[in-house]
Design a protein around this ligand. Structure first.
Ligand code: BJW
Length: 234
C-alpha cells in the first residue's frame, strides 16, 4: 500500500503555531498575500523579513514541540517501511520542522523551510536560525557590500514554483491511501494533489471543518489532528 500524506498549518496549530486563514489569519493587519509574494518583498523587504523573523523566533521557542499527530505520522511511517508495506511520502506545506523533529524520514517540504535562508543572487541555501534584515551580510562573503541584504527566507511565495512537484505527482498517481490533514484546500498546487490520485485510492480528509476540497475525498474526519490522527493510524 503506497501512502501519501499532505499536511497543512492545522497539524501544527496544536503545537502553538498559528494557521493562516483561521480566526487569526492575518498578521498585524497584513493579508498573507502581502507578506508572502515576491512583489510584497520587493515593495517592503523590512516588513516581510520581520514577518519571518517573528515566526522563526517563535519556532525556536523550546515550548514549541511536535504534537501527537506529528508523532503518530512518524511512528506509522517507521512501521510501514520496516514491514515493507509500500512507499511512504509526507508532503508538508508547513515551513516549520515539526515533522522532522517528530522523526519523520521521507518529508518533502513543498513550501520551503523557515530555518533556512537563500541568497537571492546565487540561490545558495544556508541553515539559518538568526533574524534576517536588509543589512545581513552574505555568510561566506561578509565584506562584500554588494551582497549585503541578499538573504531571504527559503520559502515559496505566491507565484513561485513549489519544491518537488515531480516527486509529488509521482507519489499521487501511485497512491493507495491519501490523507490530507489540516489544510484549507485553497492554495494550489497542493489543493490539486487529491485530484491526481488514481480512482482506487482511498482519500481521507482530516480537518476541524469542511473545506472547498472536501467533496474530492471519500471520507472526511472532523476533529483536531492531534486526536484524530493517532486514532486513525494506530
Ligand atoms: C485544523 C486544526 C486542527 C486548524 N486539526 N485541522 C490554480 C487555481 C487558482 C490559483 C492557482 C492555481 N495554481 C496556482 C495558483 C496561484 C497560487 C494559489 O494557489 N492561489 C490561490 C490562493 C488562489 N499558487 C501559487 O502561486 C503557488 N505556485 C504556483 O502555483 O506556481 C506555479 C508556477 C508556474 C510557473 C512559474 C512559476 C510558478 C505557490 C503557493 C505558495 C504558498 N505559500 C504560502 C507561504 C509559504 C511560506 C510561509 O509559510 O509563510 O504557503 S501561503 C500559505 O498557504 C502557506 C501555506 O503552506 C499555504 C496553505 O495554507 P494551509 O496550510 O492550508 O493553512 P490554512 O490556514 O489556510 O488552513 C488551516 C486549516 O487547518 C483550516 O482548514 C483549519 O480548519 C484547519 N485546522 N486547526 C485539524 N487542530
Amino acid at each position: 500500500m503506497n501512502v501519501l500524506i499532505l499536511t497543512g498549518a492545522g497539524i501544527s496549530a496544536e503545537s502553538g503555531i498559528p494557521t493562516f486563514r483561521d480566526a487569526n489569519g492575518l498578521w498585524e493587519g497584513h493579508a498573507v498575500e502581502e507578506v508572502a509574494t515576491p512583489q510584497g518583498f520587493a515593495r517592503n523587504p523590512e516588513l516581510v523579513q520581520e514577518f519571518y523573523n517573528q515566526r522563526r523566533r517563535a519556532l525556536l521557542n523550546p515550548e514549541i514541540l511536535p504534537n501527537a499527530a506529528h508523532v503518530a505520522l512518524a511512528e506509522f511511517e517507521r512501521d510501514h517501511l520496516e514491514h515493507g508495506r509500500g512507499d511512504f511520502l509526507l508532503v508538508t506545506q508547513n515551513i516549520d520542522n515539526l515533522h522532522q523533529r517528530a522523526g519523520s524520514q521521507n518529508v518533502l517540504a513543498m513550501h520551503g523551510q523557515l530555518l533556512q535562508a537563500r541568497c537571492t543572487y546565487t540561490e545558495e541555501v544556508f541553515d539559518w536560525t538568526e533574524d534576517l534584515s536588509v543589512d545581513t551580510p552574505h555568510p561566506e562573503d561578509p565584506d562584500n557590500d554588494d551582497l549585503r541584504g541578499c538573504l531571504r527566507p527559503n520559502v515559496v511565495w505566491f507565484g513561485e514554483m513549489p519544491i518537488g512537484l515531480a516527486s509529488i505527482e509521482k507519489a499521487a498517481t501511485q497512491a493507495d491511501l491519501f490523507l490530507a490533514i489540516g489544510t484549507s484546500g485553497v492554495v494550489y498546487p497542493a489543493a490539486g494533489i487529491v485530484a491526481q490520485t488514481p480512482p482506487h485510492c482511498r482519500r481521507i480528509e482530516v480537518n476541524l471543518g469542511d473545506t472547498p476540497a472536501s467533496s474530492a475525498f471519500d471520507e472526511t474526519i472532523r476533529g483536531s489532528a492531534s486526536i484524530e490522527i493517532p486514532k486513525l493510524l494506530n
